[in-house]
Design a protein around this ligand. Structure first.
Ligand SMILES: [Zn+2]
Length: 429
């Protein structure tokens, strides 16, 4: 069972190098399980017992299982996560010719840990918008093959490298794609047109625009002497998306269950499809059109916001509060912050802790050291937009925002178990 879901996560990560691809991966699994796609531009006819999903910007997705129990009685069980991860995003006019090499200019998306991007075999994926037979269309592409790298500077030329090294993203991050003979012009859009043809058989008249990011081609893997860890890119937060998806697909019974996976968390969630935009609110408006009834439903609901937490690292244990050092493979972490960087309160935490106890899932808690700043996530944002009772939780990880993060190999199963129990729970707080 554990190996099965670990392999499922590894495949999901591989198929999801960007938020667009993650949304597509989730949608494919939902469709295979009988979920029906809704289009926000059309009228919806939702029926109790139905299963639906809707996407926005192709990078955020909301799936819901409309249960037979009246919403005014049972409320909604919501699980939230995010589809995006820090990365290097290609600039609009990216071609650089330096010293006979073709490089691409990149922007840093989100709070990336930059050093691990050096000396990796990188590929490129995302969305391309193009004109074909007089129409403007978009398609997702993924080069899959390692087509670029950012080599380190040898230590002989940077003797201070191991004493701390400031990375200038403008100068030091453009990946190298090729060595070009002579002065031949490099045309990135022509390369994209070729990829559209190779990958989809599409002949574009012109590539108009794109949102592409680099990613590490090394496949995620279960590692460690005893297989204790999962190493991979984008565990923050595709691990939670995947656990939420699997829990939703396994849900049975009469409760109404929602999975919300949104883009742009790493840059503050403030966008049309981000958690600080109106996406979820507008879906709930269509699910419960009457405003007073919607408020009543929301107040009977609970959001479990799942995003990774910081496990206590043996080499840096002093970065944690002595009483709050979450361990890998010791279950999901309840995240608490009195300044509301996390939306957890004693009632939502109490509910979750009890749920874990009843289902024999170990549970831990995290509060940041009082002399360090605290991260945040979609929990407080969604709570303040909707007024929905919320708890922030997540599996402990190392190397958050690195190009290769590390989680405990048992924690995915722990998370899946408690999210499944949550979706099935007849009582909330
Ligand atoms: Zn995250």
């Amino acid at each position: 069972m554990h190996e099965n879901i670990q392999q499922g996560l590894i495949d999901f990560l591989q198929a999801s190098p960007t938020p667009f691809h993650a949304t597509q991966s989730i949608a494919l699994q939902l469709e295979a399980a009988g979920y029906r796609r809704l289009d926000e531009r059309d009228a919806w006819h939702l029926e109790p017992g139905g299963r639906y999903y809707v996407t926005r910007n192709q990078s955020s997705i909301i799936a819901f299982r409309y249960g037979k129990r009246p919403l005014l009685e049972g409320g909604l069980r919501l699980v939230g996560a995010h589809t995006d991860s820090p990365c290097l995003r290609v600039k609009p006019q990216p071609e650089l010719r330096r010293q006979g090499f073709l490089q691409l200019g990149v922007e840093v998306y989100g709070g990336a840990l930059l050093a691990p991007w050096f000396d990796r075999d990188l590929s490129l994926a995302g969305r391309v918008t193009f004109r074909r037979a007089g129409r403007v269309e978009s398609a997702l592409i993924d080069f899959r093959a390692p087509i670029a790298c950012i080599p380190n500077l040898a230590i002989h030329l940077n003797r201070e490298a191991n004493q701390g090294w400031a990375i200038n993203p403008q100068n030091e991050l453009p990946p190298i794609l090729a060595q070009l003979p002579g002065e031949e012009a490099a045309d990135f859009r022509a390369l994209l047109a070729e990829q559209l043809s190779n990958e989809h058989g599409l002949v574009a008249d012109a590539v108009l625009d794109f949102e592409l990011s680099f990613y590490d081609t090394q496949r995620a893997a279960v590692i460690g002497l005893n297989g204790d860890f999962i190493a991979g890119a984008r565990l923050d937060n595709l691990l939670s998306c995947y656990a939420g998806l699997r829990a939703l697909l396994a849900a049975e019974g009469d409760e109404s269950c929602v999975l919300v996976c949104t883009d742009h968390e790493e840059i503050g969630s403030c966008s049309a499809c981000g958690a600080d935009g109106p996406f979820l609110e507008q879906v709930l408006q269509r699910l419960v059109p009457d405003e007073e009834q919607r408020t009543r439903v929301i107040q009977r609901s609970l959001l479990v916001s799942a995003d990774n937490a910081h496990g206590v690292h043996p080499n840096y244990a002093d970065r944690h509060d002595g009483n709050h050092g979450p361990k890998l493979n010791a279950g999901p972490v309840i995240k608490v912050n009195s300044n509301q960087r996390y939306a957890t309160n004693s009632e939502t935490a109490g509910f979750f802790r009890q749920l874990c106890l009843e289902n024999e899932v170990p549970v831990q808690s995290f509060v940041v050291r009082s002399d360090l700043g605290c991260g945040s996530t979609i929990g407080p944002i969604t709570a303040s937009r909707l007024g929905v009772p919320t708890i922030d939780i997540g599996v402990p990880t190392f190397a958050m925002h690195s190009i290769r993060e590390l989680a405990g190999s048992q924690d995915l199963a722990h998370l899946l178990k408690v999210l499944s129990a949550f979706y099935a729970s007849p009582e909330l707080i």
